[in-house]
Each structure stands twice: as structure tokens, then as C-alpha cells.
Design a protein around this ligand. Sequence first.
Ligand code: GDP
Length: 528
Amino acid sequence: MSIQTEVARRRTFAIISHPDAGKTTLTEKLLLFAGAIQIAGSVKARKASRHASSDWMEIEKQRGISVASSVMQMEYRDCVINLLDTPGHQDFSEDTYRVLTAVDAALMVIDAANGVEPQTIRLLQVCRARNTPIITFINKMDREVKEPLDLLAEIEEHIGMDAVPMSWPVGMGKAFEGVFDIARDKMRLFRPGQERRDDSKDDVIDGLDNPEIAKRFGDAFTSAKNDIELIQAASPVFDRAEFLAGRQTPVFFGSAINNFGVQEVLDALVEQAPPPGARTAMERQVNPEEPKFTGVVFKVQANMDPAHRDRVAFVRVSSGKFNRGMRLKVSRNGKEIRPNNVVSFLSQRRELVDEAYAGDVIGIPNHGILHLGDVLTEGESLHFTGLPFFAPELFQAVEVKDPLRIKQLRTGLAQLGEEGAIQVFRPIAAGGALLLGAVGQLQFEVVAHRLAAEYGCEARMMASRYSMARWITAEDPKELRKFIDANASHIAYDVVEAPAFLVTSGAQLRVAEERYPSIRFHAMREHG
Ligand code: GDP
């Protein structure tokens, strides 16, 4: 098959949701419906161990587990679907944000009883910033849940897109009767299902105006019919161009655990979600069909064995064709690598990859040569923009217990920083201890543990008074200099020497914003 054909049949997406909304269940059901697994349960089993406890052994285990389940590739209806896992624990959400830069679409799962929840909102912001098309699945309709119209309103309010229902639920909870497929004017009846895919034909009844349905389902149907008529009068119809531009989200109702509505979502992914598109590098636009290989490291994951310090760099292919054993150049430093044991993630098994195309993800084991944000090419020097780093919300000062081990501390922190496990800031104030910045508390524990286990360095973590950081820029470098000099005790540099302004409260930040209108304060920094 030509590169064009291979690219056109790729769909790369991630599921975004709040914990417990049903991401794991839906992932598994998508695999089931795509024929990648026969019986549901395998994804679940891994998750159970992930939640067991958070002691050190668990953290170690998690790192291994998440390598294995980071990317799931499946084939469905002539398409190759790459499902990128986003770490479930909220303390690893920084990683999640970066995974979202490697997808072409997102599937948002909402628990119908809870509506749009906080963690979903943060992930949505990342999607919004990139205009990533979003498909919405409203899960758990077999429970007593919020009114569907209210859910739609909530979605629109939070994501700032038009929510266009593709189906509409008839009843809910124990009285959940099924969904009405709006475009096809058919009702599909709900039947609970579990581990296996049921190939028997769905029960379908035609027509919103069919008196038979009205009689059979009574009030629930009348209410659904009223809602549908209301929506049809008031909201726009689904328009793929609007969806691709990130202005409309198609909404499906269902129950993942019962296999209900899963097929529709899978079909929407294949039919509506976009194939890999062009990516912008600083030098030029890179088109996925170009013959030469390019790719970006969007995630670096320490591997199971701490003694070997090996890591897996996850590379999203941006263009061309990857062949095992080909020579690749790292744009950051011009170094050449020739990865042989590159892994792909076909239907959850780690396998050696022979070829990969735009949209695919390959895992390259290495000992620290590859950093987050690195671009790999066949020789050209390229720098992609857009890998985000988020301003941390938690800070701790770090010191080494044994002063003779200061070098190990620096090496360890530099490497963990490159992996994106933590952000490291160097305050300019004399004698200031290094500051660690995180999005979640658990990141500090993981770092302390790994410094000891992998770098032989006992670190002492101390409370820090800071609670917020903003990267600072200004059009006029002189203004920036002035700001830095005037606020030296609050300035620190990160790993790429970008200056950040550290504050103890939001009020302090607002004061600075008012006093220095020429300075821009950024909650996000793009790698580049
Ligand atoms: P995750 O944390 O988002 O990965 O959520 P899980 O997939 O683990 O689901 C959380 C809980 O919700 C589990 O107990 C699931 O069995 C349950 N669940 C998932 N989908 C449904 C559904 O459609 N209906 C009901 N009643 N429960 C569901």
C-alpha cells in the first residue's frame, strides 16, 4: 500500500475523562468491538492492580504497566486505530496533557450522573487550545442520571463547542429503553450485555412518529420525542467540517459496561475523526504523506528495570515510513541513532515493529539519548512546536542529605526533568535550593524514590512557600530584564533556561500583572 493509503486509514486518538467515568471499560469495549480481544477483562485486570495502593512497589509496577498499555493499536473496517492511553492517576496529569499533543482526535467520556467533572475540564482546555476534534460519549445511561438536555447544556458551557446529539436516550436507569438514532430515524432497543460482543442483530424500530413505539414506551418516549423536536428546532445539525475545526462535538449516549452505544462511537471514529494531518515545525510544514520519516518524542517512560536506567521514548510518527533498523538523526544535537528493537503496540502486545506510518506510535528503548520533545528525522534538521509544559501548582525545595552526593542529585534531577517526571527550577537568589515543581503531589514521592533507587542519592524535600509559577516573556527584552532585576527573589530558571516568576498567591500574581503591563505571564510553555 502507498504511504497515502496508509496515512488515510490511520486514526489516532485518546480518551479523556474524569476517573471512574468509564474510560477503562470503554477502552476494553472498543477493543472488543474492533475484534482485537475476544473477552473483556484484560484491560480491567491491569487497572485493578494500578489502584491497589500507592506504595513504592506499586509505583514501580505502574511504570511497567503503563509502558505496556500506553498505546493500543487495532484494525477496524480497513482502518488502523491507535488509542493512546492517558495516565489515570491525576497526579500524572502532566503526562496526560502531552499525550494529547500526539493525537488527532479525542473521545470524551462523561458519567451521565456527574456531568462534566474537573479533570475532564482541564484536559479539554488542552484539546481546545489545539482545536482537537472531540467526540462525546455520555456513559452510564443504565443509571439514574442527569436529564440529557441539562447534560448537553453543561457540555456546551464547559467546552465552548456546539454539542450535537447523534442519538437520544429513551428513559434512564432501570427504565432505560434504548437510544433514538436521530439521523436514521430509528430507535435501537437497550439490551444489557457483558463480556462478549453479541453479534445477533440489534433490535431496531423505525420512526419517531411510529405509534407503536409511542405505545410501547409511553412517557419515556414522549419525553424523548419532545426533547428531540426541541433540539432539532434549536441546535445546528452535525457538520463534519465544524467538527474537524473543533467547533462541534457529536454526542452519543450509551452504557459502556453493557456494550451499548460502543459500536456507534467506533464507527464515528472511523467515519468522522480525521486521519493524521500536517504538523508545523519551525522550519516548515511537514505533511504526513512525505516519503521521508519524521517523528516527535511526546513521552518518555522509565522502564521496569531501575538498574539499567533504560527508558522508552514514545515517538509519534509525523511523516513518511519507519522501517526497523533505519538510521535516524536527533535534531536537538545531530546525533545518529539506529534503533533495532523498536516496539509497536499491536492489540496490547508489545511487538517488534517492522514499519509504521504517520499517526502510529513507536517505542524506542534507550539510555537517555532521547528527550521529551526530540524530533527524529532521516537527516533534516527540524523542530516541532507545541509540546506543552504546564506551570506547576505544587513546589518543594530539594536538598541532598549527603553533600558529597550533590552531583548525583543534579544528574538525577536533570534526567527526571528530561523525562517530564518533574520540573526543576533554579532560583537566581544566591544560595537558593533547587525547586521542584509538580502538578500532583505523588510526583514528589516518585522523584524522591527514584533519586534514591536509581541515582543513590537521598534527597530531602522541604516545604516551599510558592504555590504558582508563570513563565515570563516580553516583546522588549529590556523590559523583561527590568522585571527580572526588580523581582529577583521571585525568579527561577527552568531546564531550558526559560525564566519563571514564582508567587505565593494568585493575588500576588495579579498585582504584578497590573504593575507590569509589558510582561506576559504564561501558564503554559511550549517546547521548541
Ligand atoms: P475509569 O476510571 O474512567 O477507567 O472507569 P472504569 O471503566 O473503571 O469504570 C468505573 C466504574 O464504573 C466501574 O465500576 C465500572 O464497572 C462502572 N461502569 C462503567 N461503565 C458503566 C456503565 O455503562 N454503567 C454502569 N452502571 N456502570 C459502569
